[in-house]
Design a protein around this ligand. Structure first.
Ligand SMILES: NC(=O)c1ccc[n+]([C@@H]2O[C@H](COP(=O)([O-])OP(=O)(O)OC[C@H]3O[C@@H](n4cnc5c(N)ncnc54)[C@H](OP(=O)(O)O)[C@@H]3O)[C@@H](O)[C@H]2O)c1
Length: 271
């Protein structure tokens, strides 16, 4: 890269990281008033509808192909720490982009079961965010992070931080995948409508899949220890905490007294 191109990328990168931070309060404010119109909250007026499986595959896809294109240009492209951190990102997104949509497609739905569509407009917005975020996270890990700095010095504190972050990431991913799987199975069996999910973390919160996802990116931010990764954790929370609140309210409104009163929205015993 020429010096001019390098400084251009540095400006673009810093601006994009800042933008992710600025999106968080905007996201919270807008989601308090307008619930994203897909799934339980689907409603008319958001343009053409596509299949949820195709929507998830298309809108999440930049998280797989963009890092592969950008990685070779990074000064840490063969650094084992950078590759380890990016591997965690890939593990999550291989599941979200390839496996999760296949589950949505493959599960047989009995006649009359719920089969909501996904607005193309929402998928397009998510595609743009995923493109931006894949750029930010890949450049942060593969180029701008300082693996010679204090936070990566060999020692007990670095090992403890990485072990704690990795444990949170793995726990979050396991809860996220198991809960999504339970919900998709419930949907396949669902007959004419949604059911009350039971068992596991569903006894504590209405949205354990969202709780797991937020934990995952918290764990990843602890491992990666960068402003970019922390920004992505804040963004995920700003997206999923308000949506969990909307889901929880939807369950209470729909099922009334049948819905377990001890269940919170996303954080057990608290919220
Ligand atoms: N990082 C981020 O910012 C972000 C943002 C959004 C989502 N995500 C992740 O993407 C995944 C999917 O998100 P989502 O918003 O689609 O989750 P969701 O609303 O919980 O729905 C997941 C799946 O389960 C079905 N379902 C949900 N509740 C059900 C019930 N009570 N009975 C029967 N079926 C039910 C849904 O069908 P319907 O679609 O027909 O409702 C959908 O197929 C989650 O793991 C989430 O963490 C991440």
């Amino acid at each position: 890269m020429t010096p001019a191109a390098a400084s251009g990328d540095e400006g673009l990168f810093s601006g994009a990281v800042l933008f992710i931070y600025l999106l968080c309060p905007l996201n919270i404010l807008s989601l308090l008033f307008v619930t994203a119109p897909y799934g339980k909250h689907s409603r008319a007026g958001w343009g053409p509808i596509i299949s949820p499986a195709i929507a998830w595959f298309l809108m999440e896809s930049p998280t797989l192909w963009l890092p592969l294109l950008l990685l070779p240009a990074g000064r840490h492209s063969s650094n084992p720490i950078a590759l380890f951190i990016l591997c965690l990102f890939f593990v999550h997104y291989i599941h979200r982009t390839l496996i999760y949509p296949l589950r949505l497609r493959r599960l047989r739905r009995p006649a009359g079961s719920i089969a909501s569509g996904f607005p193309l407009s929402v998928a397009a917005i998510a595609f743009v965010f995923n493109f931006l975020n894949a750029y930010v996270q890949t450049r942060s890990v593969s180029h701008y992070s300082d693996y010679g700095g204090r936070q990566w010095r060999a020692g007990v504190s670095t090992a403890a931080r990485v072990a704690i972050g990795l444990s949170i990431f793995i726990w979050g991913m396991a809860v996220n995948i198991r809960s999504d799987l339970a919900l998709v199975k419930l949907k396949a069996e669902g007959g004419r409508g949604y059911k009350i999910p039971r068992g596991g973390w569903f006894e504590a919160v209405s949205c354990p899949n969202y709780m797991g996802e937020v934990a995952e990116w918290l764990g990843w931010a602890v491992v990666a220890w960068s402003p970019a990764a922390l920004g992505f954790f804040f963004f995920t929370a700003s997206n999923l905490v308000p949506r969990a609140r909307s889901h929880h309210k939807w369950y209470v409104d729909k099922f009334g007294e049948d819905y377990p009163t001890s269940r919170k929205a996303i954080l057990p015993f608290v919220f």
